[in-house]
Design a protein around this ligand. Structure first.
Ligand SMILES: NC(=O)c1ccc[n+]([C@@H]2O[C@H](COP(=O)([O-])OP(=O)(O)OC[C@H]3O[C@@H](n4cnc5c(N)ncnc54)[C@H](OP(=O)(O)O)[C@@H]3O)[C@@H](O)[C@H]2O)c1
Length: 340
């Protein structure tokens, strides 16, 4: 597994990989701040037909839109409401995409970092596992028909970019609590698990490992012009640390100081997930299910590549489908019709 050291992070200087996105429609979740907004600013300079910035807060969304327009003069961006704490909001958002002429790229970027506090969404899931995983997986699956319709109608590849993290390598193996659990998601979501020693500070990396597994599992079940990749944007300045404990904040402040990338650089790494191989079917095909880091295709963690990791990937996929089909019956139908 290729793994970046502090020195690599410090010396990272890949130029932005641009592409001609004329006519393309991009949705970026969690784009009112941080890397989502920075990536939107980069995309805005590549002439897409439309960029949809999602935000759960109208005011923050509009402020982000104003910034985007001010800095890029791009006039075809819109803010759409999406609260990932709510499956209902995801469904409403997905329904609204019926009005789009096409959908080429979904950048599943929104995320929450580690928190000291155990919080539960209105749907009863621990917040990070719903926001970082289940809600965006639901969104990706509900949007799959639209994306495939785009692929077929316009003869292009369409792409899901799941923004994960290099931190996923910190999960060396699923712990016995999860490995032996009847349901990994439910166990991970429980207060009992959260309260176990050391879990609060590794919870985020666990959700980011699930990001990598989901992108791989989805890709393995699709042989069409739809590809999914997972991506590490690098360790960057953003608002991600807002709920961290004082101890974690102190630690990350030192890391930020030592080798943190700017949001703009992190955003350019996300852009790579969309623009790499763009318009070249052979190159796009090569990206199916891959993990991207440092503007390169890299191997994900040893665990992901291991037999155990592969078994976990299938188990996590089966659970995800089961959970999401209960939330929205269309998920089961979509999987039957579009995946194998
Ligand atoms: N920064 C890093 O060093 C780093 C490293 C590796 C990976 N990443 C990944 O990069 C992605 C972007 O993170 P970032 O660093 O840009 O963090 P950020 O500045 O905190 O931005 C996160 C975005 O997600 C949104 N979000 C959070 N909860 C949401 C919810 N319930 N519903 C809808 N949107 C929600 C936030 O909206 P609000 O403002 O309304 O909360 C915000 O727009 C994440 O997936 C993160 O895991 C970041």
């Amino acid at each position: 597994m290729a793994r970046r050291t502090v020195t690599d992070q410090r010396s990272f200087q890949k130029p932005l990989l641009t592409a001609d996105l004329t006519g393309k429609v991009i949705i970026i979740t969690g784009a009112n701040t941080g890397l989502g907004l920075e990536s939107a600013k980069h995309f805005a300079k590549m002439n897409p037909l439309k960029i949809i910035l999602t935000s759960r807060d109208e005011k923050k969304g509009n402020a982000a839109l104003s910034k985007l327009i001010e800095e890029t003069n791009f006039q075809r961006a819109e803010v759409w409401a999406l609260d990932l704490n709510s499956f209902e909001s995801v469904k409403q958002f997905a329904d609204k995409t019926a009005q789009l002429e096409r959908l080429d790229f979904l950048v599943a970027n929104a995320g929450i970092g580690d928190s000291e506090n155990y919080t539960v969404t209105e749907d009863g899931w621990q917040s990070a596992i719903q926001v970082n995983n289940l809600s965006q997986e639901l969104l990706a699956l509900l949007l799959l028909p639209k994306m495939l319709e785009t692929a077929n109608r316009f003869g292009v590849f369409v792409r899901l970019v799941v923004v994960s993290s290099g931190g996923h390598v910190r999960v060396k193996e699923y712990e016995p609590e999860l490995l032996n659990a009847t349901n990994i998601h439910e166990t991970l979501s429980s207060k009992e698990y959260f309260d176990l020693p050391g879990k609060k500070s590794t919870y985020y990396t666990m959700t980011k490992l699930l990001n990598v597994l989901f992108a791989r599992a989805l890709s393995n079940r699709s042989s069409s012009s739809f590809i999914a990749v997972s991506l590490n944007p690098g360790f960057c300045f953003s608002e991600l640390r807002r709920n961290m404990s004082p101890g974690q904040l102190e630690q990350t402040a030192i890391m930020d100081e030592e080798y943190g990338l700017t949001g703009e650089e992190g955003g350019s790494n996300i852009v790579y997930g969309v623009t790499a191989g763009h318009g070249n079917p052979k190159e796009e095909e090569k990206l199916r299910g891959q993990y991207i880091a440092w503007a390169n295709v890299e191997e994900p963690s040893d665990f992901v590549m291991s037999e155990k990791g592969h078994a976990m990937e299938n188990r996590v996929w089966d659970e995800t489908v089961q959970i999401l089909t209960k939330i929205d019956a269309r998920v089961g139908e979509i999987i039957k019709e579009y995946l194998h």
